[in-house]
Each structure stands twice: as structure tokens, then as C-alpha cells.
Design a protein around this ligand. Sequence first.
Ligand code: THG
Length: 856
Amino acid sequence: MNKEIFLNALKERILILDGGMGTMVQGFKLTEKDYRGEQFVDWAGDLKGNNDLLCITRPDVIKSIHRQYLDAGADIFATNTFNANAISMEDYGMQGQVRNINLAAGKLAREVADGFMVEHPDRTIFVAGSIGPTNKTASMSPDVSDPAYRAVTYMDLYNAYKEQVDALVDGGVDIVLFETTFDTLNVKAGLEAAETVLKEKGKDLPIMLSLTLSAQGGRTFSGQTLLAFLASVQHTNIVSVGLNCSFGAADMKPYLAELAKHAPYYISAYPNAGLPNSFGSYDETPEKMAVHVKPFIDEGLVNILGGCCGTTPAHIAKYPELVKGAKLHVPAQKPDCLWLSGLELLEVKPENNFVNVGERCNVAGSRKFLRLIKEENYEEALTIARKQVEDGAQVIDINMDDGMLDAVKEMTTFLNLIASEPDICRVPVMIDSSKWEVIEKGLMCVQGKSIVNSISLKEGEKVFLQHAARIKQLGAAAVVMAFDEKGQADTFERKIEVCGRAYRLLREKVDFDPNGIIFDPNVLAIATGMEEHNGYGLDFIRAVEWIKKNLPGAKVSGGVSNLSFSFRGNNYVREAMHSVFLYHAINKGMDMGIVNPSSSVLYEDIEPAFRTLLEDVILARRQEAAEELITYAQNLHVKAQEGGDEKLEVWREYPLKERLEYALIKGVGDHLEEDLKEALKEYPRAVDIIDGPLMGGMNKVGELFGAGKMFLPQVVKTARTMKKAVAILQPAIEAEKATSCSAKAGKVVFATVKGDVHDIGKNIVSIVLACNNYEVIDLGVMVPADVIVKKAIEEKPDLVCLSGLITPSLEEMVHVTDEMQKAGLDIPIMVGGATTSKLHTAIKIAPRYDYPVIHV
Ligand code: THG
């Protein structure tokens, strides 16, 4: 299939995508035997639930589902390969089958599509190779107490996706479809893998990308806003972007509208059949769903429309009538400015203000930061980053280049840590290193669109272009230093010679986005006592003007604090110099600068005679001015303040209870020691602190999350802070117990039931229980009933907790309950997880057990 045909179809009409696969498979009531087929009769471990395997063992079932969707009017249908990647397949020990499954899936889909087109020559059918997000996330740690840890890395994902895309393409798919994307870093790895495979194979297949959103708030699960997400994937060659799963059509609309307004791609939407009901099924009827998707069409929001969980051929069959003669969505214009992102978008454009890049997380630029990193005191190192953002840094520069540090390791650790700090990673990062490996590995840790600092021509054109091409592929902007084979450009003439040459090379040889080229024409120290340095300020400012006039789209940045190196120790003079320098450079178009964001000296507030002197020096208006400034500075009696890192934060002044609640809600753990020490004096018992202000904070988090005012990474951070607080209180709690003889609160056996691999919720509940002094025995995920029963008999817990996220887990919980009943157990059962409900627990589970069954 030719990409042109697909693009032409999109220009003509709204294309219909198929509906849910899982629900349809469930309808066949397949057994373990069906899943095993002949090929896997002897496979160790259960295979029921491994739906993708059915492409090999029950192709008839999958073909029949595809065929039903085509009969209903689908133009595009997705292969049954959502989980067919090495990472997800590990749950079944089937990572070795990835290629076979995808090949089989592609081939059977091809057969269905081609057969159908022979029967219906008027229809063009496209096969989309379905690629799910995998069951691991590269942007968050699954271990609440180790936020720098990652269960999966960019390269793991890249390799897994590469294998899957390769097999799907060999199987004959027409489109590569990334769906249910919840973590932008995962999908960035996927997109790079897909583009690499397609290039290797010389195939130009369209790539579609569909996101899922966490309830309310309109953010991805990894915390990005839709616009931040768009910035992150801006470098790729995707044809469409859209939303699937998340919620029903009605709730999806505002987010779809936002995408449609800003995304320079075709727009797809395939919602669930409403929200799951108490029994875990979706019951929006085809008629009702049609009513809800109609506004998508009427308002021109979509180009591709289908269904996700709970939708059936009957739902899809409503669409052909709806899309007839529909108004087509026209993709938005590509942004004509620099888009950067952390969790939020940062648009760098002339109408917006100058962008402050925080300089303090630099081991070469801050003694304190260096010390903290050397001591591995990351928690406090993070406070430096946080404070810069609070002080107004819109990007933060991070540099770990120090002879005594393993810079790759430190950069990776710090970026991973930042990713768990929503109030820091809100802003984009600037990865600052002179070592290429640090930059490349660093880029693999960030989901946002970052800036590389820096590349240059100092090692010649070949290396420069290689690095630029790789940066483009990894989706970052780049600072280009005005260096070349001859060295650092120090005069105006040299600066514009080097920048002009670099610009031409980047545009002509690698087609680098001009908006992502950030020139740094070298801010060098002035008034050093050496006359030849006196023109450096002016030459920089002139270079800014030249670049903005002559190199379209390019931005200009610089390390502003370099300018005043010879006034070290005299912060007032330094800050005054910076503000005068910036005043003039920004006037000529300087877009951003690496600065100390806590600097507080304003151009307007500088005493006029002093300001004139500074201008004389910076603009090189009088030769003697530099000497005069040196003398002036020596005589100036101003308290030399420390960089400003130590300023007291406002919330530290709150009353104790509010401070503790604040720390929890914001997830700030660095004052817990002192605050809890104070609390131990005020509260009669340590547990009262947990029950009082700490739980108060947690409850507020619950409310805010429910209302969509907090997103997942923030909540996880809160849980971590809670855990830390409890750890601090633990000795006091133990001591109180020793005197009061009170034992553990209770013992709990916890499991995600068989067939289900989800455990984020379970892990959070385990922590909360552990924090409340319960002993938690966590059996993990995919736990079969007999293991749970056996453990319950062995351990005699006070409670057995069953957790699950997907619909089939409801049935499995009933099964576990039956087994517990049969075993004659009398331990109460607690049921929880996304699809569980009070109603289902009361009607389907509780009656089968003679002892309490509780839903939470
Ligand atoms: N261009 C680009 N990147 C850069 C620079 C540049 N990165 C590093 C540097 N230059 C910009 N960052 C800093 C950070 C701190 C200081 C100067 C530049 C600084 N620090 C105090 C000092 O050395 O006196 C340290 C004070 C302390 O220890 O707290 O001035 O030009 N692309």
C-alpha cells in the first residue's frame, strides 16, 4: 500500500476505524485450551488472557472479528497485536514469540483486507499494525522509595518496538499505529524505532499516534499537557494524532478540540463505549454513542473515527451514515516558533518574553551543587532546581561535567529524579555537557522537548553534522556554540562567520529545524584588566543583532554570568552588570540566557551614574571605563550575599500543621525532619501526627486528584513523602509501642489477581497500609488463586486484598473467593482496583463467601 493512497483518502473523507478487540474476544468465551492451541500445549504457565497469541492459535476468531468490522463499514482495522512486544510478553514468558505473533497477525489481517477488497472493489481497506504502550513506563519509577529507578529504559523500549514494527511491516501492514500512549518517553522510543525500521526497509508507511488521557485535567498519565506532548513529538513524521480509550466520547470532546486546534496533523478519535459500569462492562449503546460522536464530526474535529473498549461492530455500523458528507478537519499550521516542553509547553517567540534558563544545577557553576552531587545528597540538590523554577527559571540547565564524577551516571540519575518532581519537570531541561555520551544518554531520560547544550564546529563538520542529525532524531533543540576548528570566536567578525557557516550546514546538510537552532556567540568576561577583553560585551550584542537579521528562525542564547567573572565575590556588581548587558542584548533580539534566576537587580533600580559606567564598559564606549569599574567595585560596600540559594520560602512560616500538610500535598520532603521533630513535641503520640496532619494532607490529595487538579506523578510524589514521614516517625512509633505493648495493626496479604498485571494502585495502597503499621505481604501481579489460598493458610493474615484493573479480573476475583470458601478460610476479603465496584462486590462476590467481603 502506498502512503499517497492513505493521504488522499484522508483528504476526501472521514475514515472509519474499527472498534474494540478485547470485548469481542471475550464474547467467544475461549478457554485455556483455545489459547494454547496445538502450538503451545506444553507451555509452562497459563496462557489464557494472552489475546495476541490467538493470532497464532485461533486465527479464525481474530479473522472473524476483523471481518465483522469491515462489514460494519470500517476503512481501517487494527491488528490484534496490542501487547505483542517483548516487554509485555514477559508476563507470559513469551518474549521469544514476538516476531511470530506479529507476523501471523499482519498476515491474517492482510488476508482479511485483501479478500474483502476483492469482494468489494469499491472499498479501500487499510491494515494498521497495533502497537500498545507496553506495560512499563520509562518516565516514572515503579518503586516509590527509589524515584531515580526505572523498570524500563528508552533503549529497552526502542529495541522492543523495533522488533515489533519490523515483524508487523514484514507481515504486510499498511500503517504503523501507536495507540493508548500514556508515556511520551515510551512513544518517543517507539517512533524512533519505527522510523529506523521503515528507513532500513526503504518503506514509507504512515505512522499514526493515539494518546490516552488520565481522567479529568486533560493530561497524559506521565503528566504532560496535550501541547507539551505535541512539542515532544514534533520532530517525528506522524500523519495523525488523536485520543483513544480514556473515557467515553462525551468526555473526550474538549481535549479532542484542543488537539484539533493546535496539532499540525490529521486527527483521530476512538473513544470507549462510555465509562465502564459497576460490572466492568461498557454499556453505551451504539445509538447513544452515535449521538456523542456526532459533534466531533459536526464541529470538524476529526479525520479518523472509531471505537475502543466496549465498542462492537454494531457501534461502528452507525458511523458510515454519520460521516457522509461530513466537514473535514484541516490540520493546524506548524508552529512558526520554538516549541520546548517539560510537563508543560514553552513557546519561544519574539512576542513572548526573554526566556530565563536557570544556571545553578551546574557542578562547574555552583560549589554547593557540586558538593551535594558528590555527597549523593540528591534530595537537597533537587531543592536547588526547584528553587530556580520558583524564582522564575523557564528552563533549567543541568551540567555534571566534573573530573571526579561519572557524568553519564549523574546526568541520568538527576534527570530521572527531576522527572519525579512535577513542580520542577514542568519546565524543559537544557542538557549541558561537553561529552557527547552525556548528552545522548540524557536525552533518553526526558519525555519533553529539551535543549542540547551544546554542539559546535570545533571538531570539524563531520562530527558536528553527525551530532546534529542525532539530536534531530531524538527530538531536541540545540545550542550551537560559536566555536570552530580554529577555536572560540571572540570578535564580531569571527562570531558571525562561525554562526553563519553552522547555520548553512545545519539547514542544508541535515534539514535541522531553524527554530531549534540556538546560537551562543560566547559571552566572555569583560573588565578583566586586559584591554583586549574590553570589546567582548559589545561584540556579543552586535552578533545577536546580526544573527536575528541574517539567520531566519535561529535563536540566540548565552551564559550571562560569564560576563562578570572578574567580579566574583561581589554579587551586587555582578548582578548589575548582567542586567545592563541583558537590557541591551534583549533589545537586539537575544531570546534566552543562562542566568541566576534569583538575581534581583533591576536595570531601572541601578543608581544612574553607576548604570552609565556599566554601559560604558559593556558597550565599550570609553577605554578607561573598565578600569573605573574595577576601582568602583573595590570601593563599593555592599554585603556580598550568597547566590540567593538560601532564601526562606514563604510556606516555612506557616503554622506546624499547615506546614506538614503543605509538605505532603506538594511532596516536598526536605523539611520533614525538623517539622516532625517539632510535631513530636506537640502531639501526644507519633501516630496522632500520621492520623492528623499527614492523613489530612493525604485526604486533600485524594480530593484534588479526583477533581483532576493533580495528576499522577504528583500523587506518586506525595505517596513518597508520606512514606518518608512515616519512616522518620517510625522510631517514635516503635518506642511508644514498646511502652503501650500494642502490636502491629494487622497483617495483610495483597495480590493482583491472575490475568492482570496492573499494580500501581495496589502498590500505593500497600504503602498506605504499611505506613499505618500493617504488615503487608505483597504477592505481586498475575497471582493464581491457589497461591493466594496457600499464602492465606500459611500466614494467617487478618485480611486478603485482591486488586485488579481490567474487566476479566472481576471474574477472577469471584474465582479466588470460591477457592477461599472451599478451603474453609474465614479471613475477610478486601476488593479494590479500577473496574471493581461496590455493586459488583455486593452482588457477585460477597454472597459466595461466608465471611466479610469489603470493597474499597
Ligand atoms: N554557554 C553555554 N552554556 C554554558 C555557558 C555558556 N554553561 C555553563 C556556563 N556558561 C553558564 N553557567 C554558569 C553558571 C554559574 C556561573 C557562571 C555561569 C557562576 N558561578 C559562580 C562563580 O563561578 O563565581 C559560582 C558561585 C557558587 O559557587 O555558588 O558565575 O556561556 N551554552
